[in-house]
Design a protein around this ligand. Structure first.
Ligand SMILES: *Cc1c(COP(=O)(O)O)cnc(C)c1O
Length: 463
């Protein structure tokens, strides 16, 4: 399997280079040259299989012959044995045709664990085979950092620097990141927004000298292996609800659009998905783009679903590339214009292509709080504010073909204040995470300045 850049100016690479490289050298995102396919019979055969086996099949379709199937299966088994639920991603029913897919049973209690646990093992394996040590730079809107720290702490071939926007993530989110004492992990509180953090990471990746000096890599949702790993639960949940005989709709709390785009990938691989709703909070760039075709950056508004406080959804470039029939010249033009002018007008044909699968819905903070309370009252289930964005969005869309799966992306105990305020009930941390508040924190504070952070990364990589 070869990977090409959405901007067409970088050579095609194999799976290893696409994973370890993160962003393509031309600034584009890697996508497979062709989407691997599963037949209905192959999809049907996923029913009843352990999660790790489906993961090995789906990820294996993207790894091709670069990882031996038996080794990949072993990695998947290890990765998903860190989850505290035997089903890994269990389904919970909310209403006759509405289900929650709980993606938060991993070590940092957020859906980012699902991809990060396997990604860390892929990195260690692929780097070890090449005798390399890489520095991973990761901007986090809250949950990626904790998941990355949990996955990469103590790994031999990787050093990890996690950047987070100071004061804009919850204490529990921060503590999952800052309480690892392994020397291969550094956490930076940046005085700025998540978009500032992400812009700095992009700029550092653009510095070819530094990039080579510290063998830089990224594990943000631009990394294709994360997308591949996230496609897995679309298969397991849809099959549990009757696919491939029956198609399934998904409602996805969205920020960087990695999670929802993974559904697009599953659909291209042959899974019958009727519709994917990209649900956003007040940071509604995606909802607006799918509504009227104008993909335009706005001001970032802090909300009670901070992992979605994003006004530039990186993975949208991958969908755009597909929607303009894989025209790299047009994709490069559009996203260079977005970088400079902050807006893209999606051509009408491309918008129609996107709307064959996607809808966008934005919800207010009031609607999110109400969704938390109503869900508790109607089902006894406590949901976190990110999941509640999707539940609230579901109440606003019409004509969604059942059954609908809402992706539940974080454990409510990751956001205790806001959940308690909305529901009148305090969520409890699962066993294992209960002593989080007592662990010692360790992080540095830096201004949102790329040069300062470059110097920090260089020094850390050399220790
Ligand atoms: C990251 C995250 C999201 C958004 O996912 P994207 O792939 O960035 O769209 C939603 N909810 C939670 C809890 C998250 O951590």
């Amino acid at each position: 399997m070869r990977y090409i850049s959405t901007r067409g100016q970088s050579p095609a690479v194999g799976f290893t280079d696409a994973v370890l490289g993160g962003l393509a050298p031309d600034g584009g995102l890697y996508v497979p040259e062709a989407w691997p396919q599963f037949s209905p019979a192959e999809i049907r055969a996923f029913a009843g299989k352990p999660y790790a086996e489906v993961a090995a099949a789906v990820i294996g379709a993207f790894a091709g012959d670069e990882i031996a199937p038996a080794i990949l299966l072993e990695m998947c088994r290890e990765a998903y044995s860190t989850f505290n639920h035997a089903a890994v991603v269990p389904l919970v029913q909310l209403a006759p045709e509405v289900f929650l897919a709980e993606l938060f049973h991993g070590p940092s209690l957020a859906f980012k664990d699902v991809a990060m646990q396997i990604l860390a093992r892929l990195y260690d394996h692929l780097l070890g085979a090449e005798g390399r040590v890489q520095t991973i730079l990761c901007a986090t809107s809250g949950d990626t950092g904790g998941a990355a720290v949990e996955a990469f702490r103590g790994r031999k071939n990787v050093k990890l620097v996690a950047l987070f926007p100071q004061g804009r993530i919850s204490e529990v989110q921060r503590r999952f990141m800052t309480t690892a004492d392994e020397a291969n992990v550094a956490c930076l509180a940046i005085k700025g927004t998540f978009d500032d953090c992400q812009a700095i990471v992009k700029e550092i990746f653009g510095d070819q000298v530094l990039r080579q000096a510290v063998d830089l890599s990224g594990v943000n949702s631009i990394n294709f292996a994360r997308i591949a790993a996230q496609a897995v639960y679309y298969f397991t949940t849809a099959v549990a609800l009757g696919a491939p005989e029956r198609s399934v709709s998904f409602c996805v709390p969205s920020g960087n659009f990695g999670d929802a785009f993974a559904g697009y990938v599953a659909s291209r691989m042959g899974l019958p998905i009727a519709r994917i709703v990209a649900a956003t909070n007040a940071n509604d760039i995606l909802a607006r783009a799918f509504e009227d075709g104008r993909y335009q950056r706005g001001e970032v508004t802090p909300t009670i679903a901070p992992a979605m406080d994003i006004q530039a959804a990186s993975n949208f470039e991958r969908l755009y590339f597909e929607a303009v029939r894989r025209d790299p010249v047009e994709t490069a033009r559009a996203f260079q214009a977005f970088a400079s002018a902050g807006a893209i007008d999606v051509p009408p044909q491309a918008l129609n292509a996107m709307r064959e699968l996607f809808r966008g819905v934005a919800v207010s903070e009031d609607e999110v709080r109400r969704a938390i309370l109503v869900t508790l009252n109607e089902t006894g289930q406590l949901i976190d504010p990110h999941t509640a964005v999707a539940v609230a969005a579901l109440r606003k869309v019409e004509g969604l073909e059942p059954p609908v799966v809402v992706l539940s992306t974080a454990h409510p105990a990751k956001f205790p204040q806001d959940v308690t305020a909305a529901a009148g009930v305090a969520p409890e941390l699962p066993r294992g995470a209960a002593n989080l508040a007592k662990r010692t924190e360790r992080y540095d504070r830096l201004p949102a300045d790329a040069e300062t952070i470059k110097a920090y990364v260089r020094a850390f990589a050399e220790t």
